[in-house]
Design a protein around this ligand. Structure first.
Ligand SMILES: Cc1cc2nc3c(=O)[nH]c(=O)nc-3n(C[C@H](O)[C@H](O)[C@H](O)COP(=O)(O)OP(=O)(O)OC[C@H]3O[C@@H](n4cnc5c(N)ncnc54)[C@H](O)[C@@H]3O)c2cc1C
Length: 300
């Protein structure tokens, strides 16, 4: 029986684990992928206090070591459901069942897809959602980055150091990203901009060869030859397995109060998976710390 069982080992879940263990509680954390969550696939992080620049894999391993050195049990499984009976939660994974007095959901988000024709066919054969994982396949080649937020600009700059040309395609003619990032990207000679436009279709034979682009101002369509496309157009919460608990809002994100409690007593949520405005590592770790202290308070 755990005191706190955390689902998801991104920065939010791992911070919860660190705070829970340091409160003297028995803590377990269940992760279906690599520890670090969205951080692991981030090439360069430049806005997390204490590190002017750090790669996501190193920051992830630092947090993971700090957490496991405190005696947190790491379980590499996928959570399928949570049930509550007589004040005890049972968390079922693809391998086993675990009991806990409290549960913290920190399952984050997944990258949204454009959902246009050809996307499924060319996933992994020209279309990617991870520059650090797949960027090296496009060394010296031409790629497109879709999106206008911080992630899109950061990943475009990373790809610009590997690829011949990076075209940023964005629906609007202004960027959502921080102005500092927008200005920094403009310093790269091999980053080009295709604004007020979107991809309508992915085309090719065995691998991606062309995209059909629509100019949203003129409604004009045209084909462009391309080697790879990286999509960074936003996030979808990892909550589809939670619908029975009634804690998920209409937008799919989990609703919590200022103590990160859901409407189910003893069940907390933190990080990118909750309904909030800013989704960053700094806000994820803050949520994680508070949710663990709230869980500790609830137990005691
Ligand atoms: C490309 C990219 C670049 C970014 N760059 C920056 C940056 O430079 N600076 C910054 O501050 N932020 C950046 N972010 C945002 C930042 O990574 C996130 O805000 C942060 O990782 C959120 O942490 P989290 O712990 O809430 O969720 P996540 O990091 O998403 O972690 C959630 C974890 O839960 C696991 N999980 C999900 N469902 C289950 C399940 N059913 N069972 C078990 N495990 C499950 C997932 O595998 C994942 O490991 C970036 C994001 C992306 C995508």
């Amino acid at each position: 029986m755990f005191d706190i069982l955390i689902i998801g080992s991104g920065p939010s879940g791992m911070t919860s684990a660190i705070y829970g263990a340091r409160s003297g509680l028995t803590v377990g954390i269940i992760e279906r992928g690599a520890p670090g969550g969205a951080m692991v696939t981030t090439a360069s992080i430049e806005n997390y206090p204490g590190f002017s620049k750090i790669d996501g894999a190193t920051l992830s391993m630092n947090m993971f070591e700090q957490m496991t050195n405190l005696g947190v049990t790491f379980i590499g499984e996928e959570v399928l459901s949570i049930k509550k009976d007589n004040d005890i939660f049972t968390v079922e994974t693809n391998y086993a069942k675990y009991d806990s007095k409290t549960v913290i959901i920190a399952t984050g988000t997944m990258q949204k897809k454009l959902s246009v024709s050809g996307e499924d066919k060319f996933t992994g054969r020209g279309i990617s959602w991870c520059a650090i994982c797949d960027g090296s396949f496009y060394k010296g080649k031409d790629v497109i980055v879709v999106g206008g937020g911080n992630s899109a600009l950061e990943e475009a700059m990373y790809l610009a150091s590997i690829c011949k040309t990076v075209y940023i395609i964005h629906r609007r003619d202004e960027f959502r990203a921080d102005s500092m990032l927008v200005n920094k990207a403009k310093e790269f000679d091999n980053i080009k901009y295709i604004l007020s436009s979107t991809i309508k279709e992915f085309l090719g034979d065995k691998k991606l060869e062309k995209v059909l682009i629509t100019n949203l101002k003129t409604n004009e369509d045209y084909l462009m030859d391309i080697d790879g496309v990286f999509e960074f157009i936003g996030q979808t919460p990892n909550t589809n397995w939670l619908s029975e608990l009634g804690i998920v809002g209409e937008n799919g994100f989990i609703k919590v109060n200022s103590e990160f409690e859901t409407t189910v007593k003893g069940l907390f949520a933190c990080g990118d998976v909750i309904d909030k405005g800013v989704r960053q590592i700094a806000t994820a770790v803050s949520d994680g710390a508070i949710s663990a202290l709230s869980a500790s308070h609830y137990i005691k």
